[in-house]
Design a protein around this ligand. Structure first.
Ligand code: FES
Length: 462
C-alpha cells in the first residue's frame, strides 16, 4: 500500500500497517514532518476550545462522546509511542485551559464544562487562568500534553523504517488514478497499490474534490522568554481575536509560542500586519525577548467542526483525511488509527464521527478572489509582489530586494483561481482551496501539484 504524505496522519497509518505485516511505502513531497504537522502548536489534548456543547447541540451526546473517544484514542497512542519507541520530542504533560477575558463568555465556559462531563471528560471550572493578564474564567482539562511535532515525526519515521516502512522524501505525487487498485505517479516513476492513503492535509491529484472544507491560516510567533516569567500550561482564548499560548524551546532556550489571528488562506492582502498586531499584543501581556520564529500554519475547517476521514465512498481503496479544524494532533492520530483499521477490515466504535460520506454543506467553501491586484509594475515595491494583467492573462509578479521583477502565471494550477501575494511568507496563496506556491512557482502546499509556470516579462518591463 502507498501513503502519500509523511505528516502525523501518514506516519501513524504507515507505522500501524507495517506493524500489522503490510508492505508500506510513504511518498513525501518535501521532508518528514516539515509541513502542516511541523507548523502546528502541537497541543495533545481533547480540549478543542469549546466543542462539546457545539456537538451536543448540533448532533447529540452520542456524537460528541464519539468525538471525545476518537481524540482520546489518538492521545493515548501518542503517549504510548513516545514511551515505548523512546521518541525524543520534548514531550511534557501539561494542563490545557480555555480562558475568557470578557464577562459575557463566562457562561460559555460553564456550558462547556457541563458538556464535557456528559461525554465523560473531566473539566474543572476556574475563576481565572494562570496567565499574567486579567482573565474572567477558565476551563481546565488536566494532564494533557505537548511536544515538538517535527521531532516526534522524525522519530516515528525512523521507528517505522526499522520495521520495514519505505519512506521517500522529496518525492511529489502528481497523479492518483484508478488502475486495478490505484496507480500513484510521481515525476520520475509510478507505483501501483491496492490501497492508497491521501494523508496530504487535503486530497490532491486524484478523483476526490473537497469543496466541503475551507482553507484557513493562522499567524504564529515564538519569543525567547526567561524561566521566571514563563507560563505553565497550554491556553486557548475563547474571545476574538483568539490567542493560543504554550511554552516551547529551541537551541537558545525557552520560547513562548503564541498563535494569533486567523484568516481564510489567500483572502488577506496584508498578512504582515497580523504579525505586527500579534507581536504588539504579546509584548503588552508578557515580558518577552526577541521574536525568534514566525510562521503561518494552514489547516482546513469543516462546517460541523469534525474531520472527514476514511475510505472514500466513491473510490474504494482510496482513503482521505482532511478538515482537522486546527486540532490535527489528536484528530490526525485518530485518523491514522481509523484508516489503518479500515484497511485491516476493522472499524473503531467512534468511526462514524469522521465519516466522509456524511451530509455536509456544499457551499461551505465559497472560494475567493486575489487580494493583490495592481495596474502597474511601479506599484510593487522591492521585496513585494502583486498580480497584474499581461495580455489576456494574469501574472503574479514579485520583486527581489534589488527591485528586479520575476513573474509566474497567477492562475492556480489546481483549478485556475487567481492567487494572492502573502507579504509575510513571500508566497503565492490560492483563495479557493489553499494551495501555496513559492515565488519561483514551485508548490509548497497542495491540492495543486504542478508549479505555476514561469512567465517572460516584456523587455520594456525589465
Ligand atoms: Fe484550488 Fe487553487 S487550490 S484553485
Amino acid at each position: 500500500m502507498v501513503v502519500i504524505g509523511a505528516g502525523i496522519v501518514g506516519l501513524t497509518t504507515a507505522y500501524l500497517l507495517t506493524e500489522a505485516g503490510l508492505s508500506v511505502t510513504v511518498l513525501e513531497a518535501r521532508r518528514v514532518g516539515r509541513q502542516v504537522t511541523g507548523r502546528s502548536t502541537a497541543k495533545i489534548t481533547s480540549q478543542h476550545s469549546l466543542i462539546y456543547r457545539h456537538l451536543i447541540e448540533t448532533f447529540d451526546v452520542e456524537t460528541a462522546k464519539r468525538y471525545a473517544d476518537a481524540n482520546c484514542a489518538g492521545i493515548n497512542l501518542i503517549r504510548q509511542w513516545v514511551r515505548e519507541l523512546g521518541l525524543d520530542c520534548d514531550f511534557e504533560s501539561k494542563h490545557a485551559y480555555a480562558y475568557s477575558t470578557g464577562q459575557s463568555r463566562i457562561a460559555d465556559l460553564q456550558f462547556e464544562a457541563e458538556a464535557a462531563a456528559k461525554v465523560g471528560l473531566e473539566a474543572e471550572l476556574l475563576d481565572s487562568a494562570p496567565l499574567p493578564f486579567a482573565t474572567t474564567g477558565a476551563l481546565c482539562f488536566k494532564d494533557q500534553a505537548q511536544f515538538n511535532p517535527a521531532q516526534y515525526l522524525i522519530g516515528l519515521a525512523r521507528a517505522a523504517e526499522s520495521k520495514g516502512t519505505r519512506i521517500f522524501e522529496e518525492t511529489r505525487v502528481i497523479a492518483v488514478d484508478a488502475d486495478d487498485g490505484w496507480q500513484i505517479k510521481t515525476a520520475r516513476s509510478s507505483v501501483n497499490a491496492k490501497h492508497a492513503v491521501q494523508a496530504t492535509n487535503v486530497p490532491i491529484a486524484g478523483p476526490v474534490r473537497y469543496d466541503r472544507t475551507r482553507p484557513r491560516s493562522h499567524i504564529a510567533m515564538a519569543f525567547h522568554i526567561e524561566q521566571e516569567v514563563a507560563i505553565d500550561g497550554m491556553f486557548i482564548g475563547i474571545d476574538e481575536p483568539t490567542h493560543s499560548l504554550r511554552m516551547g524551546r529551541d537551541q537558545d532556550g525557552l520560547l513562548l509560542v503564541v498563535l494569533g489571528a486567523k484568516f481564510n488562506t489567500g483572502h488577506e492582502g496584508d498578512v504582515a500586519q497580523h504579525f505586527v498586531n500579534l507581536e504588539n499584543w504579546t509584548r503588552e501581556n508578557f515580558q518577552v525577548g526577541d521574536a525568534a520564529w514566525r510562521w503561518v500554519n494552514e489547516d482546513y475547517d469543516t462546517a460541523d467542526r469534525m474531520p472527514f476521514v476514511g475510505q472514500e465512498p466513491k473510490a474504494p481503496g482510496l482513503y482521505i483525511a482532511t478538515g482537522f479544524n486546527a486540532w490535527g494532533i489528536s484528530n490526525g492520530t485518530a485518523a491514522g488509527i481509523l484508516i489503518a483499521k479500515q484497511i485491516l477490515g476493522e472499524q473503531p466504535d467512534w468511526a462514524s464521527v469522521y465519516d466522509p460520506a456524511r451530509k455536509a454543506s456544499k457551499n461551505f467553501n465559497k472560494g475567493g478572489d486575489s487580494q493583490s491586484l495592481v495596474h502597474s509594475l511601479d506599484e510593487i515595491e522591492a521585496g513585494g509582489g502583486a498580480v497584474m494583467n499581461l495580455g489576456r492573462g494574469k501574472i503574479a509578479v514579485c520583486k527581489g530586494d534589488d527591485g528586479k521583477p520575476h513573474a509566474v502565471s497567477a492562475s492556480c494550477t489546481h483549478e485556475g483561481c487567481i492567487v494572492t501575494w502573502n507579504n509575510a511568507d513571500r508566497t503565492w496563496d490560492c483563495p479557493c482551496h489553499g494551495s501555496i506556491f513559492a515565488t519561483d512557482g514551485s508548490v509548497i502546499h497542495g491540492p495543486a501539484v504542478e508549479p505555476l509556470p514561469s512567465v517572460k516579462l516584456p523587455p520594456n518591463w525589465l
